[in-house]
Design a binder for this molecule. Structure first.
Ligand SMILES: Nc1ncnc2c1ncn2[C@@H]1O[C@H](COP(=O)(O)OP(=O)(O)O)[C@@H](O)[C@H]1O
Ligand SMILES: [Mg+2]
Length: 257
């Protein structure tokens, strides 16, 4: 007879169950004279605890899609379902609150506050996100733990200008982890780094799936996309390739029609 999995093992069970489901999502920008379709009938899902890539050339709609996933921008039609919750139909305030609890965002250009140390940048996120429910007296310890997770506990008191680009991006990852969100979303996280630092940052992000996080990253780099466990490829706002993402494909012949 099979032994039941211990809770600690089930926590690290292979990824598979969809955490985010995107259904028939479209984004159209209309001006008086024309309509521009930026995303067209995009359907896919992100398996829980996976390293998930959104790949495609510049202008293919990757950042627009990320903004729909974080609720920063609203789709023209279709829906985003996160766990069992649908994002549509919420007020801006409700969405901002939801985002603070569920998603940590990482940007290409780090966006650290230059006058705050590494630890203070993480603490600021805790203050803005109310510590993800953690009592205030534990926030400093939490900030230090987040820096430790990204291998920077010895750099807590440094200003961003005293850190390398790769280290700054790892502080940004620590900040994204601060309120303990289940999902991290990164837009071209290594796009501003040389290859050694890019490797360091990518390895840090990939390692977070071992701690139960789902990591969604955007990249125009096919090689970096191929290292994900599941992915979609966008071209002109349509999904033209996928792996492990249950995506609805549009043949690249049809794109642009
Ligand atoms: N607010 C907007 N108004 C008009 N066009 C936009 C807007 N946002 C994005 N676009 C266009 O949509 C396309 C996709 O943009 P984006 O999502 O930034 O692509 P990517 O991140 O893949 O480079 C681009 O052609 C871009 O110019
Ligand atoms: Mg972009």
């Amino acid at each position: 007879m099979q032994q039941p999995l211990s809770p600690s093992l089930t926590a690290f069970a292979p990824a598979g169950h969809p955490l985010v489901r995107v259904e028939h999502l479209s984004r159209v920008i209309s001006t008086r004279s024309q309509k521009t379709v930026i995303l067209r009938d995009v359907t896919f899902s992100v398996p829980e605890r996976s390293l998930f890539a959104i790949n495609g050339p510049s202008g293919s709609g990757k950042s627009t899609l990320l903004n729909m996933l974080t609720g920063v921008d609203r789709p023209t039609s279709g829906r985003v379902i996160f766990g069992n919750e649908e994002l549509g139909g919420r007020s801006e305030n409700a969405l901002a609150r939801w985002r603070g609890q569920h998603v940590g965002v990482i940007f290409q250009f780090f966006q650290l506050v230059p006058t705050l140390t590494a630890a203070e940048n993480v603490l600021l996120a805790l203050e803005l996100g109310k510590g993800g429910g953690l009592p205030k007296r534990d926030w400093r310890k939490r900030a230090q733990e987040c820096l430790e997770t990204v291998g920077l506990s010895a750099f807590a008191r440094r200003l961003p200008s005293e850190l390398s680009g790769g280290q700054q991006q790892r502080v940004a990852i620590a900040r994204a982890l601060a309120n303990n969100p289940p999902v991290l979303i990164a837009d071209e996280p290594t796009g501003n780094l040389d290859s050694r630092m890019a490797h360091e940052v990518f390895a840090t992000l990939a390692g977070l799936t071992q701690q139960g996080k789902t990591v969604i990253y955007v990249t125009h780099d096919r090689e970096l996309a191929a290292r994900a466990q599941a992915r979609i490829g966008l071209l002109d706002g349509c999904i033209v390739e996928q792996q492990g993402a249950n995506a609805l494909l549009v043949s690249s012949m049809e794109v642009g029609r």
